[in-house]
Ligand binder design. Sequence first.
Ligand code: PEP
Length: 249
Amino acid sequence: AEKRNFTIAGNWKMNTTLNEAVDLVNKIRSGAADFGRVETIVCPPFISLSKVKELLEGTSIQLGAQDVFYEEKGAFTGEISPGMLSSLCRYVIIGHSERRTYFHETDDVVNRKVKAAIRHGLKPIMCVGENLDEKDAGATESIINRQISLGLSGIESADLLIAYEPIWAIGTGRAATSAYANQVMNYIRELLCKILHTGKALRIPLLYGGSVNAENITDLLSQNDIDGALVGGASLKPDQFLSIIRQAN
Ligand code: PEP
């Protein structure tokens, strides 16, 4: 089998002051010579994007935001538009389970955000995943089907990534087994083939997220339908994050 190019994205969530972000990105940057073909992405808080962009110039490390609003501009206090982000970063996480849960983002909101991001040339990392009750009820596939179908409704572009993040695995130290993750991600791949042209769908990177660390990354990436990882907690620890990237290379 040909060797695939993996994508490793770090989601810093609501962590790091500006100074801490500078410190963290400098430590990650110091390992960038070993990143090889890995598409490495860091997603700091909005306030640090501009500074981190400067620090990443001349490296292969890409920048992403953690969210975006779907309106162009105007009276939406506190929000950030896709046009504001497109000159700063290439990627944007959309529909993270924490946004769906704590900020009541619906599939319709996620869909609007994905469309707005694509319109502005940003690459969405659209997150989907079932919670523990849904998993136990055997509803994983129907939840995923709904989130993907509605999230990508009216979208023909394949210029995006999907992150499969089972909610019960996020921040719990209990990652999904690689076999379980691959099974759901194979379902996602087939769904994408039905929604988009198959050729296009096969080019969409599918990332696994949920307690990824330096110990489980190699096993996860050995699976056919796992093209990379969205990493939360471990992306704040430079040694862990660098080890994950090296193992993906
Ligand atoms: C995430 O929230 O995107 C995530 C995967 O978090 P963690 O790696 O900490 O489980």
